[in-house]
Write a protein that binds this ligand. Structure first.
Ligand SMILES: Cc1cc2nc3c(=O)[nH]c(=O)nc-3n(C[C@H](O)[C@H](O)[C@H](O)COP(=O)(O)OP(=O)(O)OC[C@H]3O[C@@H](n4cnc5c(N)ncnc54)[C@H](O)[C@@H]3O)c2cc1C
Length: 441
């Protein structure tokens, strides 16, 4: 049973109010203080438009901190929003070396936190503030009458209370990281799998750092064939006495090696080569294709049940499982919002043909902006990683262009909203096939 809710209207939360006289004095609400939500804040702050940035965690960049030990595959120059950079530099920030590849932790500590601390942004960020529902003021989803003119009401859980916040527009930049896919090959979450959470880690644990004791001297199964799985396995391989079992749905493990020395990004090419060598060395046991149906606890370890082309199979005596199986968007708090979501990718519908991972690599996704991201609910936008739904090909640079265009539209500059300013190199920031066909993460 949920706690009884208490409400509080917070319409005057966000000085400065808009300098633009024809715009509503209500703030624009941004949800999620990851790189894309913070970039939206920087764009709004630069235009002196009232905003509030709601972040469920205690700190900005919290999803990235969970993989802070992982090195990015795009260099600083592609990871910093241009308007945010300008604001930072004006406030005395020293930019990192733009050609360098940062770790996730660097991205947060050297860029996102300084950005969030700027006087133009910091007063308008509310941490520990989780958006649990959004609606149109006084309307249910079916009502058309004056819908477009009505403001949004956000229900925000904060310190055990639920507050109501009124906004003229909403930018949902909540990412997908917190909603991983299960290990089950049919992609169905079961109570059985959830009950094993103490022995299944979703994401990229810091196996050479704080999580070492969980995986050292253990028999560890890694599930997944993307960039995350490769990073995890390469780290596990450095641990003393750890036995690695790699479980993939792919038909051939070679599919994950990518371009290796031909990769446009040398760091990523090296990852492909290193995993290739590790597999060839026989130090890891590869099961591919293997479709997991069930994981069951047996005699203090886990048994993985599944099928291979030869029929039913089991992998026994697993101590820990690391699930690098991708993630999915959460629409639960958007139940009252009219959405247009692609039925396959769960991306914003208009993006689906641009980002279909069967066709596109990260670097070849055509830049897009407000027009493509527009939802049936006027002034409501899904941006960033979440706008790509389940597709793993999102790049921060794309998200920065999304919010540049949306902010231009919301502040009346339609010419700038339509203009394309994203300039990814033709070779792609992420254009070869490491981690399988066009998989980035
Ligand atoms: C391992 C890994 C490596 C990657 N490497 C690169 C790379 O090299 N280059 C690149 O361009 N991209 C990379 N990406 C992809 C992508 O750019 C990042 O995932 C990026 O963090 C996405 O930014 P975002 O702002 O959309 O979402 P996130 O960074 O996930 O931020 C979402 C924020 O929303 C908050 N939130 C969620 N729900 C709520 C709620 N209901 N209410 C309030 N707040 C909420 C979260 O706490 C979080 O702070 C990588 C991704 C991964 C997983």
């Amino acid at each position: 049973m949920k706690n009884k809710m208490s409400f509080n209207i917070l319409t005057n939360c966000c000085e400065p109010t808009s300098k633009m006289s024809n715009l509503s004095p209500l703030p624009i609400a941004i949800i999620g203080a990851g790189p894309v939500g913070l970039a939206a804040a920087a764009h709004l702050a630069t235009k002196s438009v009232a905003f509030v940035l709601l972040e469920s965690a205690q700190t900005v960049g919290s999803n990235i901190l969970q993989w802070g030990h992982v090195r990015l595959f795009s260099s600083w120059q592609f990871n910093i929003d241009k308007v945010a950079m300008k604001l930072l530099v004006e406030n005395g920030w020293k930019a990192p070396l733009l050609k360098r590849l940062p770790y996730g932790k660097d991205l947060v500590e050297d860029y996102l936190i300084p950005l969030a601390n700027l006087p133009q942004i910091q007063p308008f960020i509310q941490l520990n503030s989780k958006v649990v529902a959004i609606s149109k003021r006084g309307l249910d989803k079916m009502k058309n009458s004056q819908r477009d003119e009505q403001s949004f009401i956000l229900y925000v859980e904060k310190n055990g209370r639920t507050e109501r916040l009124e906004a003229r527009a909403v930018i949902d930049a909540t990412g997908t990281w917190a909603h991983p896919n299960p290990v089950n090959a049919d992609n169905v979450w079961t109570d059985e799998e959830e009950s094993l959470h103490s022995h299944i880690t979703y994401g990229i644990p810091d196996v050479k750092g704080g999580d070492r004791s969980t995986f050292e001297q253990k028999r560890v199964a890694v599930v997944g064939g993307g960039h995350s799985a490769i990073n995890t396995i390469l780290d596990l391989a450095d641990l003393e006495g750890t036995e690695i079992i790699w479980i993939l749905r792919k038909h051939r493990v070679e599919e994950v090696y990518g371009g290796e020395s031909l990769d446009a990004l040398p760091a990523r090419g090296q990852l492909g080569s290193r995993i290739h060598q590790l597999v060839d060395s026989g130090k890891i046991s590869v099961h591919t294709p293997f479709l997991i149906h069930q994981v069951l606890p047996e005699d203090g370890t886990l048994t993985i049940h599944g099928t291979t082309p030869n029929g039913a199979a089991t992998i026994e005596q697993i101590d820990e499982i690391i699930a690098n199986t991708g993630s999915r968007p959460d629409f639960s708090f958007l139940r009252e919002i009219r959405l247009d979501i692609d039925s396959a990718t769960e991306s914003v519908s208009a993006l689906a043909p641009l980002i279909d991972p069967n066709i596109h690599s990260c670097g070849t996704v055509r830049p897009h902006g407000e027009a493509e991201l527009r939802q049936p609910e006027k002034n409501f936008y899904i941006v960033g990683m979440k706008s790509y739904g389940r597709a793993p090909t999102f790049l921060m640079a794309t998200g920065y262009e999304q919010v540049r265009s949306i902010v231009a539209h919301l502040t009346g500059d339609q010419e700038a909203a339509k203009r394309v300013e994203l300039d990814l190199p033709e070779t792609g920031v992420c254009s070869t096939n490491i981690g399988g066909k066009n998989s980035c993460c």
